[in-house]
Design a protein around this ligand. Structure first.
Ligand code: PNS
Length: 158
């Protein structure tokens, strides 16, 4: 079965990558859906977020990434995916994910698998990575190398 791992990935972190790898261990194929949450402001443009997800997952066989513009359930139908995989770091994430999982199940019947984030990455979020990077800290331990390079390049030009 094919699964979708959706998110805004601003930018993709080691925690995201761990969830993508574990989703791929369960499912035959994984499509990463790079979307936007309409209530958030982003550091990276959609094209750059997609490019960084593709670069960070290039070495994982059976994983591709595509832009998500409409409803996630429509993306799942269009890509022939029977499941959504999400990571949850803590109870607060879990509550939000359960709400979305129920809504997506109601909209189209697609099921959501919620994976507990690896303890190693449970405190890592894109929000904190952006804050560390924009305030001059080193976010490299928490993101794929390609993202660390891009954050450093951005800082050099800001
Ligand atoms: O990384 P994020 O911000 O948690 O990702 C949120 C995202 C993009 C996965 C979510 O906002 C989403 O699914 N957007 C697509 C629009 C949609 O289907 N909304 C209804 C969800 S129940």
């Amino acid at each position: 079965m094919r699964a979708v791992v959706p998110g805004s990935f601003d930018p993709i972190t080691n925690g995201h990558l761990d969830v993508i790898r574990r989703a791929r261990a369960i499912f035959d194929e994984v499509v990463v859906a790079v979307g936007a949450n309409s209530s958030k402001r982003y550091l990276f443009e959609p094209e750059e977020r997609l490019e960084l997800v593709r670069a960070a997952t290039a070495d994982i066989e059976g994983v591709t990434a595509e832009p998500l513009t409409g409803l996630l359930v429509d993306f799942c139908t269009a890509h022939g995916a029977g499941a959504i995989v999400k990571g949850a770091r803590a109870a607060t994430d879990f509550d939000v994910e359960v709400g979305m999982a129920r809504m997506n199940q109601s909209l189209s019947g697609v099921e959501t698998v919620i994976l507990p984030a690896a303890a190693q990455w449970s405190y890592v979020s894109s929000t904190l990575v952006r804050e560390i990077a924009t305030l001059g800290g080193d976010a490299a331990p928490y993101v794929p190398a390609v993202v660390a390079q891009r954050l450093a390049t951005r800082r050099a030009h800001d």
